[in-house]
Design a protein around this ligand. Structure first.
Ligand code: 6GU
Length: 273
């Protein structure tokens, strides 16, 4: 997979050299090209922004540098044999970034990121490239960052770990929270490793029992516990028909009841943890 990132803070993307993403690059699975937007400015101050038409606070990133930077980055990619780019535009006004989007993007050969600062990029730039390639505007959550670079790191890490051969073990993301299938729609429960006792704290007996059936059930119960506590919305949106008898038992203990519509709702008298 090829990645191009155009930014006014290339050094913000340094973490792409580290850890899993860095290894994916070293292994030749990821080909990353970071471009400094200011390389496409020609005035003494390397201006990339200007005041917004219609007035209002802040500054807007100018068409000129973005257009030339993207044209050159795209030309460079095509010359190197890349094809079928997707333009990924980080913005708090974008579609919420999900594991499903990460899976989709991980199947594409070429992602081009346009992290912006200030109030964002002149809309004509996005509209122009949308005539040439798919564009996805993504938000990584309901808060406002000072710029899109951190979002590029987030999206890249989520995508890179899904690339064949990067995580080493195809099983490793089958049980991911939010992965389609298996533990679908539940958060993962707690995990433990050696030593068996630490500061007077032991390991849940079941995990030392060697009884795979009971261990799987315990893990699923813990997943329900954590999901009910931290993400009740995930349980509310589940089809109750996907729950077995033991699932219903743990949900009842946690204060959830089946409702006629085929979902679960939380009884108001249920107390936290
Ligand atoms: Cl992608 N960019 C910015 N600036 N803020 C955000 C965001 C992106 N996602 C959530 N907040």
């Amino acid at each position: 997979m090829r990645l191009d990132v155009v930014t006014i803070f290339p050094e913000y993307l340094e973490p792409l050299n580290v850890s899993l993403v860095g290894k994916a690059r070293a292994a030749g699975r990821l080909d990353v090209h970071v471009h400094d937007l200011r390389d496409w400015t020609y005035d003494r101050h390397n201006t990339v922004d200007d005041t917004p038409y219609g007035g209002g606070p802040g500054m807007v990133m100018k068409t000129g540098p973005w257009g030339e930077a993207l044209d050159d980055a795209l030309a460079g990619g095509y010359e190197a044999g890349a094809h079928s780019p997707v333009l990924v535009v980080p913005t708090p006004s974008g579609r919420p970034f999900t594991q499903e989007m990460a899976v989709e993007l991980s199947g594409r050969p070429w992602l081009v990121f346009t992290p912006a600062r200030y109030e964002g990029i002149d809309r004509r730039v996005i509209d122009e490239y949308a005539t040439r390639m798919p564009v996805v505007e993504v938000s990584i959550g309901d808060y406002v960052l000072a710029g899109g670079e951190a979002a590029v790191l987030v999206v890249t890490e989520a995508v890179a770990r899904l690339l064949p051969g990067v995580l080493g073990n195809a099983e490793s993301h089958r049980d991911d929270s939010f992965a389609p299938g298996a533990m679908a729609d539940l958060l993962e429960g707690p995990v433990y490793t050696k030593p068996p006792e630490w500061r007077g704290r032991g390991i849940p007996d079941v995990l030392l029992s060697g009884h795979h059936g009971r261990i799987a059930r315990w893990r699923r119960d813990e997943a329900f516990r954590r999901t009910a506590l931290n993400r009740p919305d995930l349980i509310e949106r589940c089809e109750a028909s996907g729950f077995d008898k033991k699932d219903r038992e743990i949900l009842s203990i946690l204060g959830w009841s089946p409702e006629p519509g085929g979902r679960f709702w939380r009884r108001p008298e249920a107390v936290e943890e």
